[in-house]
Write a protein of this length. Structure first.
Length: 925
């Protein structure tokens, strides 16, 4: 029902927008009538200026219309297919909307339209964040009948055009000349239809939306929907962030052409046209920010305004207006909310600037930046946490997702020199030989491919088994912590036989008779038996409960024991409930949640370890392929030199010289000496692969060759840098572990705040008791009313230094966790960028090595033909023979370089998968 409520609210806002549009048209007609009476300027000047401005606006309007008809539907389809969350959808919407008008950056109207786009997207974001759940927000945005494809698509052009023209009026402060007045569009803050009939009730006309101030809500405090008078429209003469226009005095305001924020995805603007513009830095309730970040317009009041955080400003607030209830945040945040509220805002004030005091006398009620981790944070002494801190993954990664979405996306690798690469079905001559066993090296071979080796290593590698043990250990820790709340059954029993000297007093009289030992009894003798059984447990909300039944039997030779024996039955229920320290499920079950987070962190670390092992298997496999290919290439070169040696020896008595024979024998001997070293390299590669895979089949076949079957890939892999960034942010295990670390440290901080409270416990107990000579005491204890009791226990350490020290430690650790998260994310993005660059560079290197190999092959054909055709004239023939041997060596080197480049390309693709965090879930090819 809540989703339909917000949807109906937006529909009503759309109806109000249509009314506004009608009033706007009436206002245009009225101003045009007034302008027709203006005779202070020549018609040529008015028409020329109007045509110039209108032409620019029409061109920008066409670009916006193309965006709504072509780009926006494609973006929505992509969002539906890839499951983008609402924050990312809005970020992409803003980026593509600005890109649609970037071609008009040289226009004088361009800055106003950029500011209008900022105002429109901020308005849209505020309205969307009012929807309670993420699934509802996403459905509202990207559904076929959702906001983007319907109301936004229909109104975005008109709204931006209206906001841009309204900002021009606001920048003039009512001092425009008649010539400029002729160009000035109607102001949105205008008159109603009744103005034409003589009545002039002023109305601030809202746009297509109706904003509502967001308050922290609970079950007792639902969302407060303000009246239309309290609405904060982005236009209509009211303060609107966006246009950067400042009045320097005189007749016309000047435009401050400063660089846009880092998150808007636009290039810097040349500030050469903004000479001698004096702009002072405004101060917003303790914030000292740049005018660009503040988003001021000429004549705009600053009271009660708060700038939107951006990459260019990180304000340190000293005070804050109480009127602001929400603020978007691009920084990693920890949301500290109520226990299961009706809705948790994605961006709120506490998200951007840290915890907000909820009335504790220990703080001044102002939000404080998270960097102040010692004295400035509120201790919340009288307000123990009602729930765990909520870690908003979207807000933690939102800044990075928005930043990386603006990167240029070059999917295909660009070569400096266009070269023709191998075809998709190209198979080098040595590939078939690589897959065949060498003669004399055992019987047969074991065919292997890289994917089967990876799967086999997952089953048999002791390293993988060791990596998987730690998450299993962490899993058992969860059960261990949860077992603290299990019921505990207990049974106790004692038996005592008493035999002690009897010291009696004649002055003791019972019933008028002095008490004295009977007969010759001079010792006190008796028997005492006690048994106790019951159940007890710790409560998840704090405290404990205990229920037990006790039986006690006492008999002795004392005359004043009545009844004798005395059997006592006792049933008791005890409840202990902390009221301050240790109160609440969030505190008492924090160790369970921390154990779960430790399990998740251990799982992420295990994924990283497994990915490293998979990379090692790939490296060992392709090293084996490279060494076998190199050995085969050297064997072929040796074979070629052997053929030449046979020819020279056969022609020794005809025309071959002694120099040719010696030169040929030297080359053959050198090439033959390389074979044992290459054979040893092949065997070493096989040993490394066996160690990594550790399968029984490979371990029991030490003398059997491993025959690689997987062929290097010659196809270009289309790599998107932007998509790689987005995948890495959501899939890398180290980023996930860093967010879990922030969550864990946040919970520990909240628990340490609870430890600051004094011990104030409530003890309740109820019991029934019975006394008889026999076992009927069990029935007797229920015949009479029970006994009850209550008590309070208060305890507080003087100074409370230990608890305060622990809290300060947790605050420092939380700051450290945020810094480590920032470092991990930035390092991950750099690693991803490097991996993308490596893939493109390795592919280009492979293409170059292929073409170089083709040229070397043509060279060896030419050298061999020349050697055969040269007459036997001594030195000339020896020179051609040396050229033939050199070309053969270069051919072998180029073939090895090509295979090496193929292997590098394969490993670069594997490294890219690892940097994205998808290696363990997706096949490499």
């Amino acid at each position: 029902m809540g989703d339909y409520f917000y949807l109906n609210k937006l529909i009503m806002a759309q109806a109000r927008f249509r009314t506004t549009l009608v009033l706007l048209m009436l206002g245009v007609f009225q101003i045009q009538e007034a302008q027709s009476q203006n005779t202070r300027n020549s018609p040529e000047e008015i028409v020329s200026a109007r045509l110039m401005t209108e032409a620019e606006r029409i061109a920008i309007g066409r670009s916006l219309d193309d965006f709504t008809q072509q780009v926006l539907p494609t973006t929505v389809k992509e969002a539906q297919a890839k499951g983008w969350d609402s924050n990312f959808v809005l970020a992409i919407f803003e980026h593509t909307l600005k890109q649609s008008i970037q071609s008009h950056s040289g226009s004088t109207e361009y800055p106003r339209f950029v500011d209008a786009v900022d105002s429109f997207t901020r308005s849209l974001r505020k309205d969307v964040t009012q929807v309670p759940t993420e699934s509802a927000r996403r459905t509202l945005l990207v559904a076929s009948d959702g906001l983007l494809l319907n109301r936004v698509k229909d109104s975005v052009v008109e709204e931006i055009m209206r906001s841009a023209t309204a900002s021009e009026d606001a920048s003039r402060n009512g001092k425009a000349t008649p010539a400029r007045a002729a160009l000035r569009p109607v102001r949105v803050r205008g008159t109603a239809a009744s103005n034409l009939s003589g009545r002039k009730p002023e109305q601030a006309l809202a746009g297509w939306r109706e904003t509502a101030r967001v308050r922290a809500v609970s079950q007792r405090d639902p969302l407060e929907m303000p009246s239309p008078a309290d609405a904060v429209p982005g236009v209509g003469g009211l303060p609107s962030p966006g246009p950067r226009v400042f009045n320097r005095g005189g007749e016309f305001p000047a435009l401050q052409l400063s660089s846009p924020t880092a998150s808007d995805g636009l290039p810097p603007i040349d500030s050469a046209t903004a000479d001698d513009v004096q702009v002072t830095e405004p101060n917003y309730d303790g914030f000292s920010v740049s005018p660009q970040a503040a988003g001021l317009t000429a004549g705009q009041p600053v009271a009660g305004s708060i700038p939107e955080p951006s990459a260019e400003m990180l304000p340190q607030p000293t005070s804050l207006s109480d009127g602001m209830n929400s603020m978007p945040s691009a920084a990693p945040v920890v949301l500290e909310g109520n226990a299961v509220p009706q809705y948790v805002p994605t961006h709120d004030l506490s998200s951007a600037y840290g915890p907000i005091c909820d009335g504790s006398p220990m703080c001044d009620g102002n939000p404080v930046p998270r960097s102040r981790t010692l004295e400035s944070l509120c201790d919340k002494i009288c307000h123990p946490p009602a729930a765990y801190p909520l870690i908003d993954k979207g807000s933690l990664l939102g800044e990075y997702q928005a930043r990386t979405s603006s990167h240029s996306d070059l999917s295909n690798p660009k070569l400096f020199v266009e070269q023709e690469g191998p075809s998709t079905d190209y198979r080098a001559w040595w590939h078939d030989a690589v897959t065949q066993p060498f003669q004399g090296n055992g019987s047969g071979g074991i065919p292997v491919d890289v994917e089967s080796l990876v799967l086999s290593s997952m089953q048999h590698s002791p390293q993988i088994a060791a990596i998987q043990i730690d998450p299993a250990v962490r899993e058992t820790k969860i059960c261990e912590e949860d077992a603290e709340f299990d019921w505990i059954a207990f049974v106790e029993g004692t038996y005592d036989h008493i035999s002690e000297p009897w010291v009696w007093n004649n002055n003791v009289i019972i019933g008028g008779t002095p008490v004295a030992p009977q007969g010759n009894q001079t010792r006190l003798k008796g028997d005492q038996f006690n048994a106790k059984a019951g159940l007890k447990r710790a409560l998840r909300s704090g405290g404990s409960v205990e229920v037990f039944q006790e039986f006690d039997s006492l008999s002795n030779n004392q005359p004043f024991l009545f009844p004798n024996p005395a059997n006592t039955a006792w049933f008791e229920v005890n409840v202990n409930k902390p009221l301050l320290r240790g109160n609440g499920e969030a505190v008492n079950q924090s160790r369970i949640v921390i154990a779960q987070l430790n399990r998740d962190i251990s799982h992420s670390e295990a994924v990283s370890g497994i990915e490293e092992h998979i990379v090692s298997v790939h490296e060992a496999y392709w090293l084996l392929y490279l060494q076998r290919a190199s050995l085969i290439q050297k064997l072929k070169a040796l074979e070629k030199s052997g053929e030449i040696l046979n020819i020279v020896q056969a022609r020794q008595d005809v025309d071959a010289t002694r120099g040719q024979l010696m030169r040929t024998r030297s080359v053959v001997a050198k090439r033959r000496s390389e074979i044992p070293r290459l054979g040893g390299a092949v065997r070493n590669a096989q040993a490394s692969l066996r160690l990594l895979v550790n399968s029984p089949e490979l371990k029991n076949s030490l003398d059997t060759e491993l025959l690689p079957l997987s062929v290097p890939n010659n196809n270009a892999l289309p790599v998107s840098l932007q998509a790689s960034f987005q995948t890495a942010l959501t899939s890398r295990p180290d980023i996930s572990a860093a967010m879990k670390q922030i969550h864990r440290t946040s919970i520990e901080l909240e628990v340490s705040k609870n430890e600051l409270l004094p011990r104030f416990d409530l003890d309740l107990y109820m019991y029934t008791a019975g006394l008889q000579r026999d076992r009927s005491a069990f029935g007797d204890m229920f015949y009479h009313g029970p006994g009850v009791g209550a008590g309070l226990v208060y305890e507080i350490p003087i100074g409370n230094r230990r608890a305060r020290s622990i809290k300060q430690q947790r605050e420092l650790l939380l700051t450290k966790a945020f810094k480590e998260f920032e470092l991990i994310v930035e390092s991950g993005l750099v690693e991803t960028e490097q991996a993308v660059n490596d893939v493109k560079a390795c592919y280009s290197e492979m293409i170059g090595a292929y073409n170089s190999m083709i040229q070397a092959r043509q060279e060896i054909v030419f050298a061999e033909a020349r050697w055969r055709d040269v007459a036997n004239d001594g030195g000339g023939s020896l020179q051609s023979l040396d050229a033939l041997f050199d070309s053969q060596d270069r051919m072998a080197d180029e073939e090895f370089s090509f295979v090496e480049a193929q292997v590098k390309y394969e490993l670069a693709v594997v490294g890219l998968k690892r940097s994205l965090g998808t290696l363990i879930y997706e096949p490499v090819k």
